[in-house]
Design a protein around this ligand. Structure first.
Ligand SMILES: [Zn+2]
Length: 239
């Protein structure tokens, strides 16, 4: 593997990077250098490859550069994520809308009136005041107008008024119910939109987190391997 003529002279070998000769134990062969670090060395010192050796100070320098680059990459990735989130926030307007406001704009006067009448017709105010009118009508005709009531017992005219009122009230209530159904439908559509967007966002988050975990795990393993190499070298140096 090691070329005996060019790199080995009298028990000493030459460092490929700085060109100085070192005793063999202070040199590391190409094969034992991590691929990532090797790429860095090859970029600085062309020709770095099989059979070449590097001195320990140079290797330590390249290794430090490599780790710095790894960490810088990681910071860059976080910045990328931030940018993606900001971009998606800028592009994606909030999908939720208030169906009450949306429907309110398209109401005609008749529809508004129907809503108002239906609301009043279904209140205790209406029941009590209507009861008061009925009692007043009956008392007026029986007790106060005496011999010439405009609607004598059994109150035929009152009967007609009540029938007319009931006949009118039914369609008004139906109109109001249609309004309510339309509002409910808008609300359901809005809920669906919001749910769909949430689901998509959550799925995207899952993918982002999975991606992050995989990336960070790889880098952590690599950093740890470099640390182990350094520790082993220290241990070798002490022996
Ligand atoms: Zn060197």
């Amino acid at each position: 593997m090691i070329d005996p003529v060019s790199t080995r002279t009298a028990g000493k070998s030459v460092c490929h990077v700085c060109g100085r000769s070192f005793p063999a134990p202070r040199l590391r062969p190409w094969i034992s250098v991590r691929p990532g670090v090797s790429e860095l060395i090859a970029a600085t010192a062309p020709g770095w490859g099989e059979g070449k050796q590097i001195c320990q100070p140079d290797l330590a320098r390249f290794r430090r550069d490599y780790v710095e680059r790894l960490l810088a990459d990681e910071r860059g990735e976080l910045a990328d994520l931030d940018r993606q989130v900001i971009a998606s926030l800028e592009a994606g307007e909030p999908v939720s809308r208030n169906p009450e406001n949306e429907a309110e704009d398209t109401y005609t006067f008749g529809e508004r009136l129907a809503d108002g009448v239906a609301e009043f017709g279904g209140s205790w105010t209406f029941i009590l005041s209507f009861l008061a009118v009925l009692i007043f009508w009956m008392l007026l005709n029986v007790l106060f107008l005496g011999a010439r009531p405009f609607d004598p017992y059994p109150f035929i005219l009152l009967n007609l008024v009540l029938s007319s009122l009931a006949a009118l009230q039914a369609p008004v209530i139906m109109m109001s119910q249609r309004r309510q159904e339309k509002k409910d439908r808008l609300r359901a559509e809005n809920d669906y939109r919001v749910n769909l967007k949430s689901e998509l966002e959550i799925r995207q988050l899952h993918e982002k987190i999975d991606h992050q975990l995989a990336q960070q795990w790889e880098k952590l393993v690599e950093l740890q391997q470099i640390q182990i190499e350094l520790l082993e070298e220290n241990a070798d140096g002490r022996r």
